[in-house]
Ligand binder design. Structure first.
Ligand code: PMP
Length: 367
C-alpha cells in the first residue's frame, strides 16, 4: 500500500464543524439533582397496571449504568469508550450524521455488504463511494488500496469495514486494518462492524484503538447473544467521539425492559450458554459447508467466519424455490453486486440445517 505524505488529523476534526461543542438535549434524567419526590419530567405518579414490576413509569437512564458496566466488561473497554444504542443500526446512522456534512462529505462502503451503511449515507445526503470487494480464491476481500485512495483523493470522512462481513462471511485480518489506518493517518474514521465477531477467531479491532484513535468498533447483542428484539448495540471509540455521538443521539435510547433483559442476558450463566451456542454454530457451519459443497447444483460455498454461509448455485432460483417449498426461508442475494447466483443461509439448529440439506438434495436429484 502506498504511503502518501499526509498530515495527521485530530480525531475531533472529523466531526461536523457545526456539531463540535454541541451539547444536545438536556433531559430531566441527565440533571444531577437530589431529592426523593421526582416531579421534574412530567411522568405519571402511578404505574401502568401492565407494568407489574413498576420499571417503566419513569424515563430510563439514557445510558443504563449496569448495562454499560456489563457491556464494557464484555468488550474489554472503559465505560466512557462505549455508547449504547438501538442496535448497531443506530450507531451507523449516528456516525454518518455526526461526521458527514450533508451534500458535501462522503462515506466508503465495500459492496456487496450490509445495506445500512448506504441507507444511512443516503438519509444524510452523504456521497457513497462504493469500493467493491474483490472475489478471489480465498473468498471476498476489501480492496484496501482503493479504499485508501477514496479517502486520500476524494476526502471521504468515514470508512465502513464489515468483519466478518455480511453477506460474504469473510473476516479481515487485523494486520490489514492496521495497514489501512497507518496509510490514512487519521484522515477518516475507520468503523469496523463486528456484528458477527463472536463467530470468528480474528481478534477484535478494539485492540487497535490504543495506537489509532480513529478506529471505531460496532458490536451487537442481536446475533451471538440472541437478543435481536432487545435492540442493543454499541459503538466503541475514543471517549471524545463517544461524547459527541451521545449529544447527537435521542434522549432515551435504551428502554428499561430491554436494558434489564440485556443485563440478565450477560450474566455469567447466560454467557456460558451463549458460548456453548457459538461453539455449536461453528461446528454446524463446518458440517453444513462441507455437505453443501459436494451437491451438484452448488458452484461455490464461501468460507465463513460468521453464523451464515454464502453459496453460489448453478440455478439459484430453483434452489431458492426448493427451499421455500420445504418451508425454509433464506436470503436471496441475487440483486446484490457480484452475487447474481447467490443465496445466504443462516446456520440454524442441527435439525433446521438437516432440512436445508434435504431440500437441496431433493432438488438436485429432481433436476
Ligand atoms: N451490522 C451487520 C453487519 C449486520 O449484518 C447487522 C444486522 N443484520 C447489523 C449491523 C445490525 O444489527 P443490529 O441488530 O445491532 O442493529
Amino acid at each position: 500500500m502506498s504511503q502518501p505524505d499526509v498530515k495527521q488529523r485530530d480525531l475531533l476534526e472529523l466531526v461536523r464543524p457545526d456539531l463540535r461543542g454541541f451539547g444536545g438535549y438536556k433531559s430531566a434524567r441527565t440533571e444531577d439533582l437530589r431529592g426523593d419526590v421526582w416531579l421534574n419530567a412530567n411522568e405519571s405518579a402511578w404505574s401502568n397496571p401492565a407494568d407489574a414490576n413498576a420499571t417503566s413509569r419513569r424515563y430510563p437512564d439514557p445510558q443504563p449504568v449496569a448495562l454499560k458496566a456489563a457491556l464494557s466488561s464484555l468488550y474489554g473497554c472503559a465505560p466512557d469508550e462505549l455508547l449504547i444504542g438501538r442496535g448497531s443500526d443506530e450507531a451507523i446512522d449516528l456516525l454518518v450524521r455526526t461526521l458527514c456534512v450533508a451534500g458535501q462529505d462522503a462515506v466508503v462502503a465495500t459492496p456487496p455488504v450490509f445495506g445500512m451503511y448506504a441507507v444511512s449515507a443516503r438519509l444524510q445526503d452523504a456521497k457513497l463511494i462504493a469500493v467493491p470487494l474483490i472475489d478471489g480464491p480465498e473468498g471476498f476481500a476489501p480492496d484496501l488500496d482503493a479504499i485508501a485512495n477514496a479517502v486520500l483523493e476524494q476526502g471521504a470522512k468515514l470508512v465502513f469495514l464489515c468483519s466478518p462481513a455480511n453477506p460474504t462471511g469473510a473476516a479481515i485480518p487485523l494486520a490489514q486494518i492496521e495497514a489501512l489506518l497507518q496509510t490514512l493517518q487519521g484522515r477518516a474514521l475507520v468503523v469496523v462492524d463486528e456484528a458477527y465477531g463472536e463467530f470468528s477467531d480474528v481478534p477484535s479491532a478494539t485492540t487497535l484503538r490504543v495506537r489509532y484513535p480513529e478506529v471505531a468498533v460496532l458490536r451487537t447483542l442481536s446475533k451471538a447473544h440472541a437478543l435481536a428484539a432487545a435492540r442493543v448495540g454499541v459503538v466503541i471509540a475514543d471517549p471524545r467521539l463517544i461524547a459527541v455521538l451521545r449529544a447527537c443521539q435521542a434522549p432515551y435510547p435504551v428502554p428499561t425492559p430491554c436494558a434489564e433483559l440485556a443485563v440478565a442476558g450477560l450474566s455469567p450463566s447466560a454467557l456460558a450458554a451463549t458460548r456453548a451456542r457459538i461453539a455449536t454454530v461453528i461446528e454446524e457451519r463446518a458440517r453444513l459447508a462441507s455437505a453443501l459443497s459436494v451437491l451438484p447444483g452448488v458452484r461455490r460455498v464461501y468460507a465463513s467466519d460468521a453464523n451464515f454461509l454464502l453459496l453460489r448455485f448453478a440455478d439459484a432460483e430453483a434452489a431458492f424455490r426448493a427451499l421455500l417449498a420445504a418451508g425454509v426461508v433464506v436470503r436471496d442475494q441475487r440483486s446484490a453486486p457480484q452475487l447474481d447466483d447467490a443465496l445466504r443461509i443462516t446456520i440454524g439448529t442441527p435439525e433446521q440445517n438437516a432440512r436445508v440439506l434435504a431440500a437441496l438434495n431433493a432438488q438436485t436429484v429432481a433436476a
